[in-house]
Ligand binder design. Structure first.
Ligand SMILES: CC(C)(COP(=O)(O)OP(=O)(O)OC[C@H]1O[C@@H](n2cnc3c(N)ncnc32)[C@H](O)[C@@H]1OP(=O)(O)O)[C@@H](O)C(=O)NCCC(=O)NCCS
Length: 231
Protein backbone atom coordinates (compact mmCIF):
# COMPACT_ATOMS: atom_id res chain seq x y z
CA UNK A 1 0.00 0.00 0.00
CA UNK A 2 1.51 3.30 -1.10
CA UNK A 3 1.15 6.43 0.97
CA UNK A 4 0.52 9.31 -1.42
CA UNK A 5 2.29 12.59 -0.83
CA UNK A 6 2.12 16.00 -2.44
CA UNK A 7 4.25 19.02 -1.61
CA UNK A 8 4.11 22.61 -2.69
CA UNK A 9 6.67 25.42 -2.49
CA UNK A 10 4.74 28.65 -1.90
CA UNK A 11 7.03 30.68 -4.15
CA UNK A 12 5.90 28.50 -7.10
CA UNK A 13 2.19 29.00 -6.39
CA UNK A 14 1.14 32.23 -8.15
CA UNK A 15 -2.10 34.19 -7.73
CA UNK A 16 -4.33 32.05 -9.96
CA UNK A 17 -3.48 28.77 -8.29
CA UNK A 18 -3.73 30.36 -4.86
CA UNK A 19 -7.24 31.57 -5.73
CA UNK A 20 -8.21 28.05 -6.84
CA UNK A 21 -6.96 26.61 -3.55
CA UNK A 22 -8.77 29.31 -1.56
CA UNK A 23 -12.02 28.48 -3.39
CA UNK A 24 -11.88 24.95 -1.97
CA UNK A 25 -11.90 26.07 1.69
CA UNK A 26 -15.06 25.96 3.81
CA UNK A 27 -16.28 28.99 5.82
CA UNK A 28 -14.51 27.89 9.04
CA UNK A 29 -11.20 27.48 7.18
CA UNK A 30 -11.60 30.90 5.55
CA UNK A 31 -12.25 32.45 8.96
CA UNK A 32 -9.16 30.73 10.34
CA UNK A 33 -7.09 31.98 7.38
CA UNK A 34 -8.32 35.54 7.97
CA UNK A 35 -7.21 35.41 11.62
CA UNK A 36 -3.46 35.09 10.88
CA UNK A 37 -1.49 38.25 11.62
CA UNK A 38 1.25 37.51 9.09
CA UNK A 39 0.44 37.15 5.40
CA UNK A 40 3.00 34.33 5.03
CA UNK A 41 1.14 32.23 7.63
CA UNK A 42 -2.18 32.94 5.91
CA UNK A 43 -0.81 31.77 2.54
CA UNK A 44 0.66 28.63 4.09
CA UNK A 45 -2.65 27.78 5.73
CA UNK A 46 -4.66 28.32 2.52
CA UNK A 47 -2.18 26.31 0.44
CA UNK A 48 -2.00 23.43 2.95
CA UNK A 49 -5.74 23.06 3.42
CA UNK A 50 -6.52 23.64 -0.28
CA UNK A 51 -3.92 21.08 -1.34
CA UNK A 52 -5.25 18.59 1.23
CA UNK A 53 -8.77 18.99 -0.15
CA UNK A 54 -7.42 18.48 -3.70
CA UNK A 55 -5.55 15.31 -2.71
CA UNK A 56 -8.56 13.91 -0.81
CA UNK A 57 -10.91 14.80 -3.68
CA UNK A 58 -8.79 12.84 -6.12
CA UNK A 59 -8.64 9.86 -3.76
CA UNK A 60 -12.35 9.79 -2.83
CA UNK A 61 -13.73 11.02 -6.19
CA UNK A 62 -15.73 13.67 -4.29
CA UNK A 63 -15.91 17.42 -4.67
CA UNK A 64 -12.98 18.76 -2.60
CA UNK A 65 -14.93 21.85 -1.52
CA UNK A 66 -17.67 19.69 0.03
CA UNK A 67 -15.51 17.42 2.15
CA UNK A 68 -16.12 17.81 5.90
CA UNK A 69 -13.58 17.28 8.64
CA UNK A 70 -14.17 16.16 12.22
CA UNK A 71 -12.01 15.91 15.34
CA UNK A 72 -12.59 13.66 18.34
CA UNK A 73 -11.72 16.59 20.64
CA UNK A 74 -9.49 19.61 20.97
CA UNK A 75 -5.96 18.76 19.81
CA UNK A 76 -7.12 15.49 18.19
CA UNK A 77 -6.06 14.43 14.70
CA UNK A 78 -8.50 15.64 12.03
CA UNK A 79 -10.51 12.95 10.19
CA UNK A 80 -12.73 12.99 7.14
CA UNK A 81 -16.44 12.77 7.97
CA UNK A 82 -18.82 10.31 6.30
CA UNK A 83 -18.37 7.11 4.32
CA UNK A 84 -15.58 8.62 2.21
CA UNK A 85 -13.47 8.94 5.36
CA UNK A 86 -13.66 5.24 6.25
CA UNK A 87 -10.23 3.61 6.32
CA UNK A 88 -8.50 6.76 5.11
CA UNK A 89 -5.80 8.48 7.16
CA UNK A 90 -4.19 11.76 6.15
CA UNK A 91 -1.97 14.45 7.57
CA UNK A 92 -0.54 17.87 6.66
CA UNK A 93 2.43 19.98 7.66
CA UNK A 94 3.23 23.60 6.87
CA UNK A 95 6.44 25.49 7.54
CA UNK A 96 8.13 28.68 6.22
CA UNK A 97 7.28 28.45 2.50
CA UNK A 98 6.52 24.73 2.15
CA UNK A 99 3.32 22.74 2.58
CA UNK A 100 2.99 18.94 2.52
CA UNK A 101 -0.07 16.67 2.47
CA UNK A 102 -0.13 12.89 2.61
CA UNK A 103 -2.72 10.13 2.82
CA UNK A 104 -2.88 6.37 3.26
CA UNK A 105 -5.62 3.75 3.05
CA UNK A 106 -5.90 1.13 5.81
CA UNK A 107 -3.10 2.38 8.00
CA UNK A 108 -1.79 5.28 10.05
CA UNK A 109 0.36 8.07 8.67
CA UNK A 110 1.99 11.30 9.81
CA UNK A 111 4.06 13.92 8.02
CA UNK A 112 6.28 16.72 9.25
CA UNK A 113 8.34 19.38 7.47
CA UNK A 114 10.67 21.96 9.01
CA UNK A 115 12.89 24.67 7.56
CA UNK A 116 16.56 23.75 8.04
CA UNK A 117 17.63 27.37 8.54
CA UNK A 118 15.68 27.86 11.78
CA UNK A 119 17.43 29.20 14.86
CA UNK A 120 17.41 26.28 17.24
CA UNK A 121 18.14 25.66 20.86
CA UNK A 122 19.93 22.32 20.65
CA UNK A 123 19.68 21.80 24.41
CA UNK A 124 16.03 20.89 23.72
CA UNK A 125 17.31 17.51 22.56
CA UNK A 126 18.74 16.71 26.01
CA UNK A 127 15.45 17.76 27.66
CA UNK A 128 12.91 16.18 25.32
CA UNK A 129 14.53 13.54 23.08
CA UNK A 130 15.63 10.06 24.16
CA UNK A 131 19.07 10.05 25.85
CA UNK A 132 20.66 7.99 23.04
CA UNK A 133 19.41 10.54 20.47
CA UNK A 134 20.90 13.44 22.42
CA UNK A 135 24.22 11.52 22.66
CA UNK A 136 24.16 10.80 18.91
CA UNK A 137 23.48 14.48 18.12
CA UNK A 138 26.55 15.58 20.04
CA UNK A 139 28.71 13.47 17.74
CA UNK A 140 27.34 15.00 14.53
CA UNK A 141 29.42 17.37 12.35
CA UNK A 142 26.28 19.44 11.62
CA UNK A 143 24.18 19.09 14.77
CA UNK A 144 21.61 21.75 13.81
CA UNK A 145 20.65 19.89 10.62
CA UNK A 146 20.79 16.53 12.39
CA UNK A 147 18.48 17.93 15.09
CA UNK A 148 15.89 18.90 12.47
CA UNK A 149 16.18 15.47 10.83
CA UNK A 150 15.46 13.79 14.18
CA UNK A 151 12.74 16.27 15.03
CA UNK A 152 10.80 15.74 11.77
CA UNK A 153 11.05 11.94 12.05
CA UNK A 154 9.77 12.07 15.63
CA UNK A 155 6.96 14.51 14.82
CA UNK A 156 5.87 12.39 11.84
CA UNK A 157 5.51 9.39 14.19
CA UNK A 158 3.59 11.26 16.89
CA UNK A 159 1.33 12.77 14.22
CA UNK A 160 0.73 9.31 12.76
CA UNK A 161 -0.66 8.05 16.06
CA UNK A 162 -2.53 11.34 16.50
CA UNK A 163 -1.34 12.17 19.99
CA UNK A 164 0.78 15.24 19.39
CA UNK A 165 4.01 15.82 21.31
CA UNK A 166 2.11 15.22 24.56
CA UNK A 167 2.81 11.50 24.06
CA UNK A 168 6.45 12.06 25.06
CA UNK A 169 9.26 12.44 22.55
CA UNK A 170 11.60 10.38 24.74
CA UNK A 171 9.47 7.22 24.54
CA UNK A 172 11.08 6.09 21.26
CA UNK A 173 14.36 6.56 19.37
CA UNK A 174 14.95 7.29 15.69
CA UNK A 175 17.93 7.92 13.41
CA UNK A 176 18.19 9.45 9.92
CA UNK A 177 20.30 8.31 6.89
CA UNK A 178 18.59 5.91 6.42
CA UNK A 179 15.56 6.87 8.52
CA UNK A 180 14.74 4.16 11.06
CA UNK A 181 12.94 3.53 14.33
CA UNK A 182 15.40 1.89 16.74
CA UNK A 183 13.49 1.57 19.99
CA UNK A 184 9.90 1.91 21.18
CA UNK A 185 8.90 2.21 24.80
CA UNK A 186 5.25 3.14 24.43
CA UNK A 187 2.20 0.99 23.56
CA UNK A 188 1.00 3.82 21.29
CA UNK A 189 3.52 2.84 18.61
CA UNK A 190 3.69 -0.93 19.11
CA UNK A 191 6.61 -2.85 17.65
CA UNK A 192 9.24 -0.84 15.73
CA UNK A 193 9.00 -3.17 12.70
CA UNK A 194 5.40 -2.01 12.10
CA UNK A 195 6.64 1.37 10.98
CA UNK A 196 8.07 2.70 7.74
CA UNK A 197 10.01 5.95 7.82
CA UNK A 198 10.98 8.02 4.80
CA UNK A 199 12.84 11.33 4.71
CA UNK A 200 13.88 13.83 2.08
CA UNK A 201 15.27 17.36 1.75
CA UNK A 202 13.00 19.42 -0.53
CA UNK A 203 14.92 22.23 -2.22
CA UNK A 204 17.83 21.46 0.13
CA UNK A 205 16.30 23.95 2.60
CA UNK A 206 13.83 21.71 4.42
CA UNK A 207 13.67 18.37 6.13
CA UNK A 208 10.53 16.38 5.38
CA UNK A 209 9.67 13.11 7.12
CA UNK A 210 6.85 10.65 6.59
CA UNK A 211 5.92 7.81 8.97
CA UNK A 212 3.32 5.15 8.22
CA UNK A 213 2.19 1.64 9.07
CA UNK A 214 -0.36 -0.71 7.58
CA UNK A 215 -0.79 -4.02 5.86
CA UNK A 216 1.59 -4.48 2.88
CA UNK A 217 3.19 -1.13 3.60
CA UNK A 218 5.64 -0.18 0.84
CA UNK A 219 8.98 1.44 1.57
CA UNK A 220 8.48 4.53 -0.64
CA UNK A 221 5.60 6.98 -0.95
CA UNK A 222 4.06 7.84 -4.27
CA UNK A 223 4.71 11.53 -5.01
CA UNK A 224 1.85 13.42 -6.67
CA UNK A 225 2.52 16.74 -8.40
CA UNK A 226 0.32 19.48 -6.90
CA UNK A 227 -0.28 20.83 -10.42
CA UNK A 228 -1.83 17.50 -11.43
CA UNK A 229 -4.30 17.88 -8.55
CA UNK A 230 -5.46 21.46 -8.93
CA UNK A 231 -8.75 21.65 -10.81
C1 LIG B 1 -0.31 18.90 16.29
C2 LIG B 1 1.20 19.04 16.22
C3 LIG B 1 1.77 17.64 16.09
C4 LIG B 1 1.48 19.94 15.05
O1 LIG B 1 2.83 20.05 14.72
P1 LIG B 1 3.50 21.37 14.08
O2 LIG B 1 4.87 20.98 13.67
O3 LIG B 1 3.32 22.51 15.01
O4 LIG B 1 2.63 21.77 12.81
P2 LIG B 1 2.49 21.08 11.39
O5 LIG B 1 2.35 22.16 10.40
O6 LIG B 1 3.54 20.05 11.14
O7 LIG B 1 1.10 20.27 11.52
C5 LIG B 1 -0.08 20.94 11.76
C6 LIG B 1 -1.23 20.08 11.27
O8 LIG B 1 -1.24 18.81 11.93
C7 LIG B 1 -2.61 18.37 12.01
N1 LIG B 1 -2.86 17.99 13.38
C8 LIG B 1 -3.44 18.70 14.38
N2 LIG B 1 -3.53 17.95 15.49
C9 LIG B 1 -3.00 16.75 15.20
C10 LIG B 1 -2.80 15.56 15.95
N3 LIG B 1 -3.18 15.44 17.22
N4 LIG B 1 -2.20 14.52 15.32
C11 LIG B 1 -1.81 14.61 14.04
N5 LIG B 1 -1.98 15.71 13.27
C12 LIG B 1 -2.56 16.77 13.86
C13 LIG B 1 -3.50 19.53 11.58
O9 LIG B 1 -3.98 19.26 10.27
C14 LIG B 1 -2.56 20.71 11.59
O10 LIG B 1 -2.85 21.66 10.60
P3 LIG B 1 -3.71 22.99 10.96
O11 LIG B 1 -3.23 23.48 12.27
O12 LIG B 1 -3.45 23.92 9.84
O13 LIG B 1 -5.13 22.49 11.00
C15 LIG B 1 1.85 19.66 17.48
O14 LIG B 1 1.59 21.01 17.49
C16 LIG B 1 1.34 19.11 18.74
O15 LIG B 1 1.82 18.11 19.21
N6 LIG B 1 0.37 19.77 19.37
C17 LIG B 1 -0.21 19.27 20.55
C18 LIG B 1 -1.43 18.43 20.25
C19 LIG B 1 -2.00 17.98 21.53
O16 LIG B 1 -1.80 18.56 22.57
N7 LIG B 1 -2.74 16.90 21.44
C20 LIG B 1 -3.36 16.38 22.58
C21 LIG B 1 -4.20 15.22 22.14
S1 LIG B 1 -5.26 14.79 23.44
Amino acid sequence: MYPRLSLLHLDELGEKRLARLRDLLDPAEREQAARFVFEANRLEYIAAHGLLRSLLAEETRRDGARLRFIRAGQGAKPRLDGAEGQGLDFNISHTSGLVVCALLRDGQLGVDAEYLGRNLDLSLARRFFAADEADWLEEQAEPAQAFVQLWTLKEALVKAVGQGIAMGLGSFSVRPDPPRLLRVDTPLLGKPERWRLWQTRPGDSYSLALAWCGADATTEPQIISPWALLP
